[in-house]
Design a binder for this molecule. Structure first.
Ligand SMILES: CC(C)(COP(=O)(O)OP(=O)(O)OC[C@H]1O[C@@H](n2cnc3c(N)ncnc32)[C@H](O)[C@@H]1OP(=O)(O)O)[C@@H](O)C(=O)NCCC(=O)NCCS
Length: 166
């Protein structure tokens, strides 16, 4: 296994991790059986791709910010912080993924912990996370961060609340 140069941290998207981002996301898309088409444009103009992801932007109709989980030149995953809940509370305050080559090493658990730390400054002291009923991996990640289950949303996803006021 690759030894990371330093503990990974949530960072602003940056062209520094171009290669590991593209290769990591491509591996992840292939593993998930998802569309890889968007990677063609990203690889042709990575500067523009990154510029579109920096800062607080309106996404899904609410202000949100994208962070990349990075150690040195290695990109491991993405976490999105929504400053407000989307109508119907679909998606929750935080969404995330760790790319396939870096899964099962505790990165999502640590990444979510760091992401939750960004919410108090936004005036959020109770975070909603929503997960597909069959996504036991993500449910474990949320529970390891103090998530308490609270029924399902309109899309049939499991809702979890995490109290971050403590
Ligand atoms: C869910 C996801 C973020 C987990 O990332 P990760 O970095 O592998 O998670 P962790 O290493 O922190 O795993 C924590 C625990 O979750 C469980 N887990 C993680 N991946 C698992 C898998 N593929 N199968 C079964 N359990 C799994 C394990 O109990 C694991 O702890 P362990 O390795 O000590 O047994 C990652 O699989 C992913 O990005 N999936 C696709 C996107 C997604 O589901 N995002 C979340 C949407 S709500």
């Amino acid at each position: 296994m690759i030894t990371l140069p330093e503990p990974p941290r949530l960072t602003t998207p940056s062209t520094r991790v171009r290669l590991s981002y593209l290769v990591g996301e491509q591996a992840d898309m292939i593993h998930r059986g998802s569309d890889t088409e968007w990677l063609a444009a990203a690889s042709q103009d990575f500067d523009g791709f990154v510029a579109d992801r920096v800062g607080v932007r309106e996404r899904w109709g609410v202000p949100s910010e994208v962070f990349w989980y990075v150690s040195g030149d290695y990109y491991l995953g993405t976490l999105v912080v929504r400053h407000q809940l989307i109508e119907g509370e679909v998606g929750g305050h935080i969404g995330y993924h760790v790319v396939y080559p870096w899964q099962r090493r505790g990165h999502a658990t640590a990444m979510l912990r760091e992401g939750l730390g960004k919410l108090p400054e936004l005036g959020i002291d109770r975070a909603l996370l929503t997960v597909a009923t069959d996504n036991l991996a993500s449910q474990t990640v949320i529970e390891r961060n103090g998530g308490v289950e609270d029924g399902v949303n309109q899309d049939g996803e499991v809702r979890f609340w995490i109290d971050i006021s403590k």
